[in-house]
Design a protein around this ligand. Structure first.
Ligand code: AMP
Length: 395
């Protein structure tokens, strides 16, 4: 069922609750990267231009102690938001109470108010993260409509997303809408051929994703550390490469079920140590007993490039090697480049490390969509229902 978008709402004169994802990296009280605040601007500006009153909120970090509160106040975020919007943002350092309610009542059309970190409510019995029904109802009572623009927490049912949406008309903001259109679109109704590329450290983290995409995609290319558990299942020697012994049988049954749909590396960059300075070489087939696979090799890059030719939809999650070390980053870099240059395809990067790699390489504008949520995008790719999205009002 299609979900309401912020464009479907009547916003003029309305108090619009906006759940943003302002979980920005902070160091000593300073924001070190404001990408997430910038990313929230289109939704907020749209509401303001339509004559709405914005009440914006977010979580920031995890709150387990009083000291966590001091480190994770949203005040610096409200200041940066104000700079970026070029207008005042009233900050209320509370998550409930009279000061907040009065400030909301005083808001005029086109004005912005931000209240404090929603997870401050976790200190007293996990009210936010446990989706306390009274809290969701209370926050909902502060506004007329609710816009959820935080994809990063969409896989969790919290008071600030599901709780509010259960009590008031709600809609997806532009960021969440884009995730629904691209990731939801690829999983539910992809233009074919649909090729999925999976990498990263562990098979165990991505079993659900591999299983779902093996059903949905026309090809599934596997690289990264997880490939070696599949090699083991094929009876190959993998030396000291990453191995999940207890997942070898599962990898074997996936291989059997998938047939030639599942494509594994044909060569690997190996070294003796998990160290950027450890001398490396490319080997095909078996990996020598004292070596570990740390990246896909050049023949695999060519093979993956061939498999991607003509693809109309591509989803990528997980690096092809230990891309944090420059000598083992080539597979991930080349794959980014191949996808960036792929013509006529919708290219989607799941959040997390592959998104970081694409951004570091400066290819972000060459992809159709780079997801803003690591965990949420994985669960979406697994075909799971995301409570943060399913709780949004149907169109
Ligand atoms: P994930 O969070 O599951 O996507 O895994 C990302 C991590 O997998 C990165 O930190 C990579 O360094 C790591 N990784 C990728 N390939 C390998 C490999 N061949 N051996 C060990 N770690 C790897």
């Amino acid at each position: 069922m299609a979900k309401k978008s912020v464009k479907d709402l009547d916003l003029k004169g309305k108090k619009v609750l906006v759940r943003a994802d302002f979980n920005v990296p902070m160091k000593d009280g300073e924001i070190t990267n404001d990408n997430r605040i910038q990313a929230a601007l289109p939704t907020i500006e749209y509401i303001l231009n339509e004559g709405g009153k914005v009440i914006v909120f977010s979580h920031l970090g995890r709150i387990k102690t009083e000291e966590d509160k001091a480190k994770n106040t949203l005040r610096p975020v409200s200041e940066r938001l104000s700079e970026l919007l070029g207008k005042d943002v009233t900050f209320i350092p509370e998550t409930r109470g009279e000061a907040l309610e009065d400030a909301v009542d005083e808001l005029k059309n086109g004005e912005v108010l931000m209240f404090e970190n929603t997870r401050f409510e976790d200190l007293d019995g996990k009210k936010e993260s446990g989706n306390d029904p009274e809290l969701g109802k209370y926050w909902a009572s502060l506004g007329d409509v609710f816009v959820n623009d935080a994809f990063g927490t969409a896989h969790r049912a919290h008071a600030s997303n599901v709780g509010i949406a259960s009590n008031v008309e709600s809609a997806a903001g532009f960021l969440v809408q884009k995730e629904i259109d691209f990731i939801g679109g690829a999983v539910d109704n992809p233009e074919r051929p649909f090729v999925a590329i999976l990498g990263g450290a562990k098979v165990s983290d991505k079993i659900g994703v591999i299983e779902n995409l093996l059903e949905k995609a026309d090809k599934v290319l596997i690289g990264g550390g997880m490939a070696y558990t599949f090699f083991k299942a094929q009876g190959k020697e993998i030396g000291t490469s990453l191995l999940e012994e207890d997942k070898v049988d599962l990898a074997g049954s996936l291989l059997e079920k998938a047939g030639d749909k599942l494509v594994l590396p044909v060569d690997n960059v190996v070294a003796s140590e998990f160290d950027n300075d450890s001398p490396s070489e490319v080997v095909e087939g078996n990996i020598p007993a004292d070596k570990m696979g740390l990246d896909i090799g050049p023949k695999t890059i060519e093979l993956f490039k061939e498999e991607l030719k003509g693809a109309k939809t591509v989803v990528w999650n997980g690096p092809m090697g230990v891309f944090e070390m420059s000598n083992f980053a080539k597979g991930t870099e080349e794959l980014s480049r191949i996808l960036a240059e792929l013509e006529g395809a919708t290219t989607i990067v799941g959040g997390g490390d592959s998104a970081t790699a694409v951004q570091q390489l400066g290819f972000e504008d060459d992809f159709s969509h780079i997801s803003t949520g690591g965990g949420a995008s994985l669960e979406y790719l697994e075909g799971k229902e995301l409570p943060g999205i399913s709780s949004i009002s149907d169109k």
